[in-house]
Ligand binder design. Structure first.
Ligand SMILES: [Zn+2]
Length: 228
């Protein structure tokens, strides 16, 4: 008798396939780089990199990905989709558009106060999040989760309820106050300190493009007339 190979859980296989498709979509936007040897702003090296500003540049992809997140949260009523900031607003719009509850979309703002990170809601939005409002939080890429955790506290202080958190990409190791999270891709980048980096050892050239681009980033600007 031949031993049967242990069968993989079909749900896990489906999730794996879906994640691969989502990664492929992000690759096509030019946001996701893999099989590379990248210098990170922290000085660590990695094989993968994602450029936040590029993730929602393809409208049809963003709509498709937003619809997947909306479908996941479709069984729950949602009154408000709350974007972590203007950066995740396009994705938030696409999620809200596809959710059967037809929620409204608002965004938080990030800043610093006394050296501490803080988040707030523009005053025009504050009356829209009240006790018992059902809120779905949306972020594009979740790395440390600190903005999401601050926003969760802010929303819960009003008495509103967080239905869940939806995102495109989430580092698997990040903790989000135990809230239900749905992410299209859940992955940690392998990062190496330069002396331990296997790619350095193989002599693969180091790609410093992303760090250089961040350091020299000067948005093109046009100056308007001085206001009197
Ligand atoms: Zn290296």
């Amino acid at each position: 008798m031949t031993a049967l190979a242990p069968k993989k859980d079909p749900i896990a296989v489906e999730a794996e396939v879906r994640e691969k498709i989502h990664l492929e979509i992000l690759k096509r936007t030019g946001a996701y780089h893999s099989n590379d040897h990248v210098l990170l702003p922290s000085g660590q090296h990695t094989t993968e990199y994602i450029e936040k500003t590029l993730v929602t540049t393809e409208p049809s992809f963003t709509e498709g990905l937003g619809a997947v997140i909306a479908k996941h949260f479709a069984p729950w009523p949602v009154d408000v989709v709350l974007s972590t900031g203007p950066g995740a607003l396009i994705l938030s719009h696409c999620v809200a558009r596809a959710h059967p509850s037809r929620p409204i979309v608002v965004y938080g703002t990030k800043g610093l106060a006394g050296g501490h990170r803080r988040v707030s809601l523009p005053v025009e939005f504050q009356r829209l999040i009240r006790p018992e409002t059902h809120v779905l939080l949306i972020e594009d890429l979740v790395s440390t989760g600190s903005t999401l955790n601050l926003l969760t506290n802010l929303v819960e202080q009003t008495g509103a309820e967080i239905i869940g958190i939806g995102c495109l990409w989430r580092r698997t190791s990040v903790d989000l106050n135990g809230k239900p999270v749905f992410s299209l891709v859940s992955r940690d980048f392998p990062t190496y300190s330069p002396p331990d980096c296997p790619l350095c050892k193989k002599g693969v050239p180091l790609n410093e493009e992303f760090v250089r681009r961040r350091a020299h980033r000067r948005p093109s600007t046009i100056r308007g007339p001085k206001t009197p």
